[in-house]
Ligand binder design. Structure first.
Ligand SMILES: [Fe+2]
Ligand SMILES: [Fe+2]
Length: 181
């Protein structure tokens, strides 16, 4: 079973299932690495706003940054959709079945973090639309700095997510080892 060909990882622990779980962890790591690269670039662009030699240059950099941000958010949403729709439901249902302490509070916290980052990005978009090419550099810089907040939250979100998910997956795989011994 490949993760691409399945809508859900289910809750069983067959051999196919383990292959699916491995593929899912690989996908999580790959997508996180990719999103982190995009966020790094977003930060590099955001700190440059207000530092160009002319306001017109700052304005065009800001427009580029806005387009970049739209792209990053699309990638992030696609990733979150898979994560929330496939990977996390599997882990939640697996650990719930085992009557382990509930994961709900950490998952809730992470959900909130994601929402907060999206709010910063939406705030950036709103502020951007109020700007004009002749707006002050300070306003442009302040607008761009909203994205720095979003990047900071998202980077720490990805780190926390991996700290939560990897030990859980390891636990599942240990259980599988026991089953197939
Ligand atoms: Fe996430
Ligand atoms: Fe993630």
């Amino acid at each position: 079973m490949s993760i691409e060909s399945s809508q859900s990882l289910g809750t069983g622990l067959g051999e196919d299932h383990v292959t699916g779980l491995f593929a899912a962890v690989q996908r999580l790591q790959n997508e996180h690495a990719y999103i982190l690269e995009l966020l790094e670039e977003m930060e590099v662009q955001a700190v440059q706003i207000g530092k160009a030699s002319t306001t017109a240059q700052d304005w065009s950099r800001l427009q580029h940054l806005r387009l970049w941000t739209i792209g990053v958010m699309q990638e992030l949403e696609a990733h979150a959709k898979w994560e929330d729709g496939v990977l996390l439901p599997f882990l939640v249902s697996y650990f719930h079945l085992q009557e382990s302490p509930s994961l709900a509070p950490s998952l809730w916290m992470m959900e909130k973090e994601h929402e907060l980052a999206v709010e910063y990005v939406e705030c950036f978009m709103r502020e951007f639309h109020k700007l004009r090419p002749a707006s002050s550099r300070e306003r442009m810089w302040k607008t761009a700095s909203l994205l720095l907040q979003a990047c900071y939250i998202l980077k720490s979100h990805i780190e926390k997510e991996e700290k939560l998910v990897f030990p859980l997956v390891e636990q599942v795989l240990t259980d599988v080892d026991y089953l197939f011994l």
